[in-house]
Design a protein around this ligand. Structure first.
Ligand SMILES: [Zn+2]
Length: 377
């Protein structure tokens, strides 16, 4: 019979698993003979089953406090500086962590999938994540699970309420995709002394059509000397969205870039059209800066979530239980934050240029595995 395992030991073990990018509790368990554990945990590595079970008992608030501690350290070290516009944006985004037809738990969301063999109920988990965009770091601040019956924007507001309390001066702008062109999101920003920025699509047809009509009469501002080439339109004072407490500004960016076709190597022009709606006034953020800020959201999608999922295995279901899943997610975020900050801010530029992040991760893995290779078999 195993004695009671402190949750702090489990947190440390999961952090080691994340930083070494092992991706499974079994892989972690196979490294139990490493001498690293005595130094890092002060005891032997618990079994994979125990780690999964005790992860469900970890106090989530203590993990959020740990995340806040890392944020404070980075802030004090001047690692979280705003971009040239002087503002820090908090990007909120929904993320589906996994889907299955088989096992489900009280935290599972459900949807019906129409298949050739009839309708099937699929179970899945989804959460809203909040990332802070600074000049050269994306820091994942917090996450909030979407519970059965809840809509994503309502959950995002619950997350924002918590962040406004915990990180009151960490961000100036709240930002999201087209789903967040929602009066609740914009009014939340106004009520909390923040600005809002969201992608504008057809779901806000009146506002979009109004902007499109007015932009037709306005010559674009052109940014020539960059790729993509951008033609931008920018107008303030729209009141076509009466549910929002303040008039809003709409910015359009028509972007063209030359791409080489994979099929025959020919160069062709690719065009995309972007609209954003915001409360940010032009005197605070120029058209160009707003377009850059708008595109940053995709940076989060590409760098943040993709890295979290592909490199850190955040979508892996280590244990299918709501608290354990959130604990593993928050700890994986913490790993990504600490590792990225270490790589970008601690390593000397020459060292950073010479090796990749993956190389550094492999060195950490070697630290764990080397004692195993040396141990008698
Ligand atoms: Zn579930």
């Amino acid at each position: 019979m195993q004695g009671r395992i402190p949750t702090s030991v489990i947190v440390r073990a999961v952090l080691a698993m994340g930083l070494c990018r092992l991706g499974s509790l079994n892989a972690l368990g196979q490294a139990k003979g490493s001498s690293l554990w005595r130094r890092w945990l002060g005891q032997a590595l618990p079994s994979p089953d125990t780690i999964g079970r005790v992860a469900g008992l970890v106090d989530v608030e203590s993990l959020r406090a740990l995340g806040h501690h890392v944020y404070e350290r980075l802030k004090r070290g001047k690692a979280l500086m705003p971009g040239p516009h002087g503002l820090l944006a908090l990007v909120v985004d929904g993320h589906e962590t996994h889907a299955t037809y088989k096992r489900h738990c009280p935290g599972c969301l459900e949807r019906t999938i129409h298949t050739a063999n009839g309708d099937r109920v699929q179970y899945y988990h989804r959460l809203v994540d909040a990332s802070l965009v600074t000049s050269d770091l994306h820091i994942l601040l917090d996450a909030e699970p979407i519970l059965p019956g809840e809509d994503e924007v309502a959950v995002a507001l619950r997350l924002l309420d918590r962040l406004a309390g915990e990180y009151p001066r960490a961000f100036d702008v709240v930002q999201g995709d087209a789903l967040y062109a929602d009066p609740r999101f914009f009014n939340w920003a106004v009520d909390h002394g923040k600005h809002a920025l969201a992608v504008l699509k057809n779901d806000r047809r009146d506002l979009l059509q109004d902007a499109q009509r007015l932009f037709e009469d306005q010559p674009p501002r052109v940014v020539q000397d960059a790729s993509p080439r951008r033609e931008c339109w920018d107008l303030e004072g729209f009141t076509t969205w009466p549910q929002v407490q303040v008039p809003v500004r709409v910015v359009r960016s028509h972007e063209t870039r030359q791409v080489r076709r994979q099929l025959d190597g020919q160069i062709e022009e690719e065009a995309t059209d972007w609209f954003w709606v915001t409360t940010l006034p032009a005197k605070l953020v120029s058209t160009w800066a707003l377009v850059r800020m708008g595109h940053h959201r995709w940076g989060i999608e590409n760098e943040g979530f993709n890295e979290l999922v592909n490199q850190y295995h955040a979508d892996h279901v280590y244990r299918h239980e709501p608290t354990a899943m959130l604990v593993f997610w928050l700890l994986t975020q913490l790993c990504l934050n600490v590792f990225t900050a270490f790589f970008r801010r601690n390593l000397k530029p020459a060292a950073r240029a010479a090796v990749s992040m993956l190389h550094i991760a492999r060195l950490m893995l070697a630290e764990l595995y080397l004692p195993l290779a040396r141990a008698p078999t």
